[in-house]
Design a protein around this ligand. Structure first.
Ligand code: COS
Length: 378
């Protein structure tokens, strides 16, 4: 794909970091469920958390395509580190970038972009996952504060987050029109992180419950206008889906890289695996599908960069990249045979990590609803 010198150079820079510093840690991060604090610090130093954010807010002033490339290349070697980059940048940073007041941007956006604080996004609840408008967490205005009660679930980086952008409703009966967005800081009275999930993959990423018990949030921490939180979150998810598509594509590419290496190194009856037609057939299919996914994801990023509608394309990219990514990681294990099921090879980790891409930030079924509504009309 021809993107130009600027993007190629950036990709090389991220690849160097990913290969030299992330790949060597990926196996132990997964095996020991280790949150990669060291890599978070390095990504901050490299300026990866604010690639699309203007320089005045501490960002690199680049674009979403550059950001997608970064997520892809980090995810290509370590899904756990990749999901941190994606969740922090798209779900922590973005809502503040699009809906924050100047004061909120100075106070919360800049430290997130610089990586001095960790960001998170509180939408999903025990009874409101795919049905994002079904939020039951309530926010009642009392004088200078909102009083928030409820529980959020499956929140990426929730347990380590310093700043959380949260949805809560004035009244669950009001549907999406009752929902507002709020900024919560770690340490606010009545807020605590609950249990952490023990997941199939992305084991170095922390997924937690967030509990709000009469949590007092200052009135100035309302993000956007009252009753407009649902739209802020939908727009955030549109952008987030580009990054999950990029991560799905990166993990799929990682499985392809591993398969190329394995079939070059191994032979059967004196014949290198890669020279066999049935092996070439599978590698060719993986490579083609991953490249097609790359085109979709980059196209969504380019539309966003040009200020054009991209909801449908972001959903298509995520849906397709996670689908072919699952297929690629599974094929990669088959190509490795029994060895592929062991922890001696990265492909079983890639498969476990890839599974989340079909579920997080909207399941594949949700992506198809979004695509169908755009194609057919609501
Ligand atoms: N951008 C901006 N606004 C949007 C939007 C988008 N992508 N999608 C919907 N909206 C707006 C609509 O325009 C509508 O507002 P108006 O009535 O003023 O026009 C409002 O939001 C409600 O939209 P809609 O009726 O389509 O909402 P639904 O309840 O039917 O939900 C889906 C739509 C299913 C798409 C939504 O609930 C969704 O994306 N669910 C998945 C949530 C998810 O991904 N969860 C995982 C989170 S992991 S971080």
């Amino acid at each position: 794909m021809i993107l130009g010198e600027k993007y190629d150079q950036f990709r090389k820079k991220v690849q160097e970091f990913a290969r030299n510093e992330v790949a060597v840690r990926a196996c132990e991060i997964d095996a020991h469920d280790e949150f990669p604090w060291d890599l978070v610090k390095r990504m901050a130093e490299l300026g990866l958390f604010g690639l699309y954010v203007p320089e005045e807010y501490g960002g690199a002033g680049l674009d979403v395509l550059t950001y997608a490339i970064a997520v892809e290349e980090v995810g290509r070697v370590c899904g756990s580190t990749g999901i941190f980059l994606a969740a922090h940048s798209s779900l922590g940073v973005y809502p503040l970038f699009i809906a924050g007041t100047e004061q909120q941007k100075q106070k919360y956006l800049i430290p997130l972009v610089r990586g001095e604080k960790i960001g998170s996004f509180g939408l999903t609840e025990p009874n409101a996952g795919s049905d994002a408008a079904g939020t039951e967490t309530t926010a009642r205005l009392e004088g200078d504060h909102y009083v928030v009660n409820g529980t959020k679930r499956f929140i990426t980086s929730g347990g380590v987050a310093d700043i959380i952008v949260l949805t809560a409703t004035k009244d669950p009966q009001l549907g999406y029109g009752g929902i507002s967005a709020f900024i919560v800081e770690k340490g606010m009275c009545g807020f605590s992180a609950g249990k952490e999930e023990d997941k199939l993959g992305l084991r170095g990423s922390i997924t937690s419950e967030l509990v709000f018990e009469d949590c007092k949030i200052p009135k100035e921490n309302l993000l956007g206008k009252e009753g407009e939180g649902f739209k802020v979150f939908m727009e955030t998810l549109d952008g987030g889906r580009i990054s999950i598509g990029a991560l799905a594509l990166g993990i799929g590419q990682g499985a392809l890289d591993a398969s190329i290496q394995f079939t070059r190194e191994q032979s059967r009856k004196g014949k290198p695996l890669y020279t066999m037609q049935e092996i070439q057939d599978r590698i060719a299919e993986m490579a083609t599908e991953i490249q097609a996914a790359r085109h979709l994801v980059y196209h969504a990023a380019q539309l966003k960069d040009q200020g054009q509608p991209y909801t449908k394309e972001a959903a298509m990219g995520k849906y397709y990249a996670s689908r072919v990514g699952m297929k690629a990681t599974s094929t990669a294990i088959n190509l490795h045979g029994m060895l592929g099921l062991t922890r001696n090879y990265a492909v079983e980790r890639f498969l476990r990590d890839e599974k989340l891409m079909e579920i997080g930030e909207g399941t594949s079924e949700i992506q198809k609803i979004v695509i169908a509504r755009q194609v057919l009309g609501k």
